[in-house]
Design a protein around this ligand. Structure first.
Ligand code: NAD
Length: 473
């Protein structure tokens, strides 16, 4: 899965970043160990009858931290996944939730198989069987552990998980809150599918809005006009590219596993997706140049590089050739520790995964709240807001003697829908979290980068939670 073999594992990589930040704290070693380690690791195998015959598959659910409950994190479907990777991803979830003030501990799950090699019915049977294994050991539940989509799984799989859980717990009123990322018709929240990509856009927009930081990178203020390369045209990569393009950025290249395409004048994101659907590949897109190897895209001349496929893509080997001024980590763990040291020396700004791709878990939190409250966001206040704004407009018209046009009236008096509230909550979360991290970075010249600042922010919040629980003095 990583683009080259590395001496240290993904989890070790995460822990090295943790240690780098922990040296700026004075917490007792025991507390730091408690934060860092995985609280519980459930590794299991299960037999399942598929169109390929009877198979035995391996599954995991890692609950990294119980400092807040429930724990939360996606389920990865991949033939390449291993336990170390699930542990690393679970740990990142803990830090990510802390950074964006989502009140969950971190978790992650996985099934070791490639869903693309199985029929839809097979994937459903495997998903439901995996869910029963989680139920059997109390590794799923609205107040216990709440999975979500990750690489290889999506809303369809989450609907099967919710249905399986509800079948085992008939009448349990909060059953739908056992998983997030569900289709809207089955208890999901509007805006969840695109949330991670939209969050990446808000995060990068906020980072680029700081003239002082941009000047240090030799860039002008604002996301508009910035040349962006995106690796991975899946859920995260597609939406990140789409929202950045809508925000004025120029998407100059896409990399997928089959290859990469480049057009310095800019690629139309939806047209590339349509082309890939029709031809089965991003290659040979009209007007764009095909690159010899997919990984070449990471070394193109651009302002922002968004790795949004998998971990360990920017390594000690290729980072000396990376030309981007900003790395916006859409994927989890795309930059190795060694690569980051090289990038820092080259004055590259790395906007870290645990902040930048936290949009998904943030909106998952909103979905969980919606499931627990059993009411759609906006249902209570939309009409009230509409009539209150309408009254204000009437008063202004009477005072000024001028009338608003129908278009102006509609735009001003519209009450907030669920999607408006979700996007507003997401933007507030991403911009607030970025500024918290940036302030920590600016507060101490010894803190080398945004990732260390983000880890430090997370460690402080988790340590405080443990101390509030009375577990550590
Ligand atoms: P996805 O399966 O929808 O998309 C991943 C894409 O990457 C696919 O199109 C795949 O073909 C492509 N890809 C695989 N190997 C590649 C390679 N070597 N080079 C280029 N492209 C390659 O998955 P996703 O949900 O978009 O997740 C992508 C990353 O973002 C993962 O690291 C995941 O953990 C992380 N993430 C996802 C979410 C979410 O809400 N989906 C949230 C936070 C983080």
């Amino acid at each position: 899965m990583p683009n080259t073999k590395h001496a240290i594992s993904f989890f070790e990589n995460v822990n090295r970043n943790f240690d780098r930040a922990a040296q700026f704290t004075s917490y007792p070693q025991g507390l730091l160990e408690q934060i860092k380690g995985c609280n519980s690791v459930y590794s299991f195998q299960f037999p399942v009858r598929t169109s390929k015959g009877l198979q035995v598959l391996r599954g995991w659910r890692v609950e990294h931290s119980y400092h807040k409950l429930p724990v939360k994190g996606g389920i990865r479907y991949s033939a390449m996944v291993d336990e170390d990777e699930v542990k690393a991803l679970a740990a990142l979830m803990t830090y990510k939730c802390a950074v964006v003030d989502v009140p969950f501990g971190g978790a992650k799950g996985a099934i070791k198989f490639n869903p693309k090699e199985y029929t839809e019915t097979d994937v459903e049977v495997i998903t439901r069987r995996y869910t029963t294994e989680l139920i059997r050991k109390n590794y799923i539940g609205p107040g216990v552990d709440v999975p979500a989509p990750d690489y290889g799984s999506g809303s369809r799989e989450m609907a099967w998980i919710a249905d399986t859980y509800s079948t085992f717990y008939p009448g349990k009123i909060d059953a739908l809150a056992c998983v997030t990322g569900k289709p809207v018709a089955e208890g999901g929240v509007r805006g969840r599918t695109e949330a991670t990509g939209r969050g990446i856009f808000y995060g990068l927009q906020e980072a680029c809005d700081n003239a002082e930081d941009m000047k240090k990178l030799g860039l002008t203020r604002g996301l508009s006009g910035k040349r962006v390369v995106v690796q991975g045209l899946g859920n995260v990569g597609y939406h990140a590219a789409k929202f950045c393009q809508e925000g004025g950025a120029v998407i100059v290249a896409f990399a997928e596993y089959e290859g990469a395409i480049y057009d310095p004048k800019g690629l139309d994101v939806d047209a590339v997706v349509k082309h890939r659907k029709e031809t089965g590949s991003i290659l040979r897109f009209p007007g764009a140049k095909d690159l010899g190897h997919s990984l070449e895209a990471l070394e193109l001349d651009c302002d922002i590089l968004i790795p949004a496929a998998l971990e360990e893509q920017i390594t000690e080997e290729n980072s000396p050739r990376v030309k981007a001024k900003i790395i916006g980590e859409g994927a989890n763990g795309p930059t190795t520790v060694g690569a980051e040291e090289i990038l820092l020396k080259k004055n590259v700004m790395v906007v870290p995964d645990m902040f930048l791709n936290a949009g998904g878990v943030t909106v998952s939190y909103f979905e969980w709240l919606k499931n627990l409250s059993h009411v759609r966001f906006g249902r209570m206040d939309k009409r009230f807001e509409h009539s209150a704004f309408d009254k204000i407009l009437h008063a202004v018209e009477q005072t000024t003697g001028k009338s608003f046009t129908e278009t102006e009236r509609t735009a001003i008096t519209k009450g907030a829908d669920e999607i408006d509230l979700v996007n507003s909550g997401l933007e507030e979360t991403m911009t607030g979290a970025y500024n918290q991290i940036r302030e920590i970075l600016k507060s101490d010249t010894r803190i080398p980068d945004l990732r260390t600042a983000a880890f430090l922010n997370a460690i402080n919040k988790i340590a405080t939670a443990y101390m509030e629980l009375g577990i550590f003095p």
